[in-house]
Design a protein around this ligand. Structure first.
Ligand SMILES: Nc1nc2c(ncn2[C@@H]2O[C@H](COP(=O)(O)OP(=O)(O)OP(=O)(O)O)[C@@H](O)[C@H]2O)c(=O)[nH]1
Ligand SMILES: [Mg+2]
Length: 310
């Protein structure tokens, strides 16, 4: 990644392009913002922190520019090696982009985490836009201006923009600011691409999202979904998907399956519905649960499941 290092095609006079990292603490609404900008759901969102685990590109194609937004895992004080990989995925993205969109919760969020992120941003040369998200949740609107004033003192931000990623308020303004920061450059991806992630990855993420929504407490954090079969049958307008839901323990397997298989059935039902919308065809979805003991502690399994900083 990185504008100057990549050789794209069709560089024409006046065309602009660039990579823009979306970073921030967990749960501030980074993935919601990415989906809102693209008007397409490519990154999963849940009410729980540490949902996103990979770097996910969202490509906004316009006649005169290509903006490549990079959704990242939430930055936090990681306590274990798995979470350190997630944080490193986000921090390493910062060094490879043309601009940064730093998201903060309008309520201020976790001060230590934001201080840590600011320290990492301070070393960058690329311009940084601060987006203050979830302004709809502010009880007293009068607190927004003093908060923006406080943020102004943190870093020399290119702009500070209050937004509501959920409703889209302010998001157009944010995109316009980003557009103004793009350097001259080529179209890195074909015009009909909206993400670099393969469909089988997106299918796995949809399953993971349903588990986050349906299964409570810590279990979703112990889940890694691997799509083991993804077969297109265009003449039948069908995609056949087989996915393994990996968990760390037998007790988690029992929770995912549920009484008489009800939970697994519901996960499958909801995931299939979303997949049909995203992929625009009928889906045959087969799910099974597998115990992969302590996979989060095992480097090899982490890489196998697609979790590594690079
Ligand atoms: N009220 C309100 N909720 C929002 C807004 N933006 C996002 N949310 C909610 O905040 C929660 C977290 O959103 P995500 O987009 O998953 O957050 P994230 O920053 O990607 O989280 P991680 O991937 O875990 O780092 C979800 O329940 C969203 O619906 C907003 O503008 N207003
Ligand atoms: Mg996310």
């Amino acid at each position: 990644m990185g504008g100057s290092q990549m050789e794209g095609q069709n560089a024409s006079a006046g065309f602009k392009s660039g990579y823009v990292a979306i970073v921030g603490a967990p749960n501030v609404g980074k993935s919601t913002l990415l989906n809102r900008i693209l008007r397409e759901k490519i990154s999963i969102t849940t009410p729980k922190p540490q949902t996103t685990r990979n770097r996910i590109l969202g490509i906004l194609n316009e006649p005169d520019c290509q903006m490549i937004f990079v959704d990242t895992p939430g930055i936090h004080s990681a306590r274990d090696s798995f979470n350190r990989i997630l944080v490193e995925t986000a921090l390493s993205t910062l060094r490879e982009v043309d601009a940064v969109c730093f998201l903060m919760d309008a309520s201020g969020g976790d001060r230590d985490i934001n201080d840590f992120i600011v320290e990492n941003l301070r070393r960058l040369e690329s311009p940084i836009i601060l987006a203050i998200n979830k302004i709809d949740t502010l009880q007293e609107k009068s607190r927004l201006l003093p908060f923006m004033e406080h943020c102004r003192g943190l870093l020399p931000f290119h702009a500070i923009i209050p937004i509501c990623a959920l409703s889209g308020d302010g998001v157009d303004v944010l995109v316009e600011e980003v557009r103004g920061l793009l350097p001259a450059g080529p179209r890195y991806f074909p015009e009909d691409y909206i993400t670099d992630m393969p469909e089988r990855f997106l299918a796995g993420e949809i399953i993971r999202e349903k588990i986050f929504h349906l299964v409570h407490q810590e279990v979703p954090y112990a889940v890694a979904v691997v799509v083991e079969e993804f077969t297109e049958e265009p003449q039948r307008n069908l995609i056949r998907i087989q996915a393994a839901i990996n968990v760390e323990r037998d007790s988690q397997k029992a929770i995912i399956i549920g009484k008489q298989g009800q939970m697994l059935k519901e996960i499958g039902k909801q995931a299939r519905k979303d997949m049909e919308v995203l992929l625009g065809c009928r889906i045959y979805l087969g799910l099974f649960v597998r115990v992969q003991k302590d996979w989060r502690k095992d480097r090899r399994t982490l890489t196998e499941f697609g979790y590594s900083p690079r």
